[in-house]
Design a protein around this ligand. Sequence first.
Ligand SMILES: [Zn+2]
Length: 313
Amino acid sequence: MTGAAVHPLFSPWGRFGLYSYFIDAPEPAIVDTGIASSPAKGLIPALEALGRSIEEVRWILLTHGHIDHLGGAKALWELTGGKAKVVIHAADAPLLRSRQVHVEDYVNGRSRYLKDPGGAENQARTAQAVISGEMEPAVLLQGGETLSLGGDVTVSVHHVPGHTPGSVAYVLDGQDAVFTGDAVQIHGAANRFPGYTDPNAYRASLEYLRDEVRPQRLYLGHPYRGADGEPNGVELDRERARRALQESLDLEARIRNSMSDAGLQDGPEDVDSVYFPFARVAADLGYTSDPTLEPSPFFTTLDGYRTQLNLLS
Ligand SMILES: [Zn+2]
C-alpha cells in the first residue's frame, strides 16, 4: 500500500495546545476537533495552508469524549455540509449527545475534592461555550472495527480505556501510525499530572499499545511532558513512542505504590492542604502544581485509585 500522509492541525485553548490530525486519504479524515472555535480558527486555516478545504473531509474520528477533543465536532460536521461521518466509542458517546453529561462527570468525580460551590455552574457554562453542539454520532464503536477511508487506506480501531471509558486508538494500517488522543499521558500536559478515571484499565491499555500495537509513529492529543518535565512534542517516532509508553507505565506504578502505602493516609494536620485527602501522596510524588486547575487530573486519577484500591474510608 502507498500510505496516507498525516498533518497535525493546531488550535490553542488557554494553557492547552490542542492537536487534531488530517489524514490525507481518498476520503479524508480529521482525528479530533478541538473546541467550538477550533474549526474556524485553527483547522480551516491549517487545511488551507495545505491547499485543502474542510468540505473534502469525510470522516471525523474522535479519540474520546472530552470537551477539548469533541467540542468542535458539530461545527466541523456542519462545515463539511453534513457529509462527514462522526465516529466515537459507544462508552463516550453520551458526552457527544449531551453537554449535561460533562457536568455530571464533574459532579460525580473530582468535584468532591475541589471545595468549589460554584463548580457545577462553571462546568455548565464551559460546556455551553466550548461544545459547538450536541449530536448523534454516525458510527458507534466498540473496538475491533476497520474503517475504509477509500482506496486501500484503512484505519483499525483499538479500545484503550482508562483516560475515559470510551478512549480509542486509531491505527493507520500498513504504516502503524497510531492516534491515541489522551490515552498515553506520560507525565501529563498543562497540569503536570497524568489524568485517568480507571487506573487498572489505563495500565492494561498502555501495555497493549506497547506490546501489541507497537506504534511506528505515535500522534498525541497534547504535548505531554516526559519524565524530565519537558514537553515531548506530539509526533513521536518509534523509539520515542516506546519511551513515552514506558514512562507512562513507570509513573502509573509510582502513583499506585504511593496510593497503596497505608502510611500515606492524610492526618488531621493535612485537612487544609489543597491536595487533601492526598497531601502525603502529593509530597511523596513531589507534585507541587496547583491540583485544582481544571480538568484537575490529580484528583480525577487519585479518586480512581481510591476506588480500585478500596481506600474508601
Ligand atoms: Zn481527554
